[in-house]
Design a protein around this ligand. Sequence first.
Ligand code: DGL
Length: 270
Amino acid sequence: MDQRAIGVFDSGFGGLTAVRRLRAIMPAEDIVYFGDTSRVPYGNRSRDTILRYARQDTRFLRSFDLKAIVVACGTVSSNCLDVLAAENDIPIIGVVEPAVRSAAALTRNRRVGVIATRASIGSGAYERAFRRLDEALEVTSLACPLFVPLVEEGRCRPGDIVIETVAEQYLAPMREKGVDTLVLGCTHYPLLAEVIGNVMGPEVTLVDVGAESAAALRALLQERDALAPEGTGAAEYYTSDRAADFQRLASLFLGEDVTGQVGQVDITKY
Ligand code: DGL
């Protein structure tokens, strides 16, 4: 048993979709979340900048006594998970491998798709992970750079003409490829699951990277006998921009009210 908390970070709110899942499947765990809302999005930035930000995010989280960190950001996971893992003496779990494993197991027609930020797709990390598992899979990757800003604006529901138009434009080529499994390779995208599902059709299975990384962490902690003892875990949230804004949007991503649990951090100091 290990009572230390689990750290989770993302460029913004997207990682909260992973926290939601963590809390559902491991309710006894304490969680410390950091969302770098003053510098979101990461997905259009260079690898050097993404790595610099990710190191600061990790250093901030390491100021707490943690047993593991979930990099709940597809962009950081795709671009620099190996560096963070090498620099830290606790497990650092990313979102790419668990989602790819799940998608490869789910596909029936061996045609899989990945949608993510420009930096995630540009890194080739998802494609490499699929190739390592199964050379014969046909993988189609697509960057959807407008999805994150639209989600952060709350434009994510069916019936919203802006997000529906953007989704239709982005996803038409993916639909034409005939994929039967689509990895939502950015932790913001589960908020768009309905919109994306409507465009892709009911026969396409959507894989939520945040949920898969939460399941992978639980398996790892179980294997190491490092789960928290029974009880109800606490959650603390930190943001690099206004706490009030975080509180408002966090409820959308998390499905629960976090008023009074949010602190503001000057991340440039880490
Ligand atoms: N949630 C991040 C990801 O999974 C959002 C990307 C961004 O900051 O652009 O990639």
